[in-house]
Design a protein around this ligand. Sequence first.
Ligand code: AMP
Length: 211
Amino acid sequence: MRLVFLGPPGSGKGTQAKILAGKKGLKHISTGDVLREAIKNGTELGRKAKQFMDAGELVPDDIILGMIKEILQKNKDGFIFDGFPRTAAQAEALDKLMAGLSITLDAAVNLAVNDAEVLNRLTGRFFCSKCGADFNINTRPPRESGICDKCGGELKQRDDDKTEVIANRLRVYREKTKPVEDYYRSRNVLKNVDGARSFDEVTASIIGILG
Ligand code: AMP
C-alpha cells in the first residue's frame, strides 16, 4: 500500500502514520524527521533546511524533491509519507516520480482537526531526547513531569513547537498545504478522517477506511 498522510501540524498524523506503518508493514517516512536528522548530523541538507524550519516556514520545494527521489526509489513497494507533500507542486512532482516508477498512490488520508485543538496539542507536545517517544502534557502526559515513561530520558520540546513559531506554521499550512487536499480530492483518492478523537478511535477509523 502507498499512502500520504495530510493534516495540520498537531493533527496526530505522525503518530497515526507510525502506528499504521507498523500494522501494515509499510515504511513510515516523515520528511520533518529526515530534515531534523540531517540538521543533527550537520549535513548540507540540514544546513540548507534549518533556517526555514526554525522560522516555521516550508523548506523550498527543490530541496525537498531532491531528497524525496532517492527515498521513494528505495521504498517504492509500500510507504506512508507523513508531512509530504506540503504544496500542490510537491504533490504533482510526487505523481510524476511515481509514474516514472510505474506505481500509484492508494490514498491520501486527511486528518481534520480544528485550530483550537491543534494549538492545544502543539503547545503541549514533548519528545524524549533519548528514545524519541512522544508525549503531550495536555493530552497524553508522562507519569513523571519532564521524564520519559519508557526509558527515563529527559523530555524536550521541538524548537518549532514554541508558541511564537506555531502561529506561523499554521498560517503556512492554511496558505500552502490546504490546497494539497483539493489536489487529491480531484483525483478521487482523498479520505477524510475526523482527527479530533482518541488515538485508538482515529486508528480504527483509518483502518476501516483503507480496509
Ligand atoms: P514536521 O515534522 O512534519 O512538522 O516538519 C517540520 C518542519 O520541516 C516544517 O515546518 C517545515 O519547515 C519542514 N518540512 C517538513 N516536510 C516538509 C515538506 N514536505 N516541504 C517543506 N518543508 C517541510
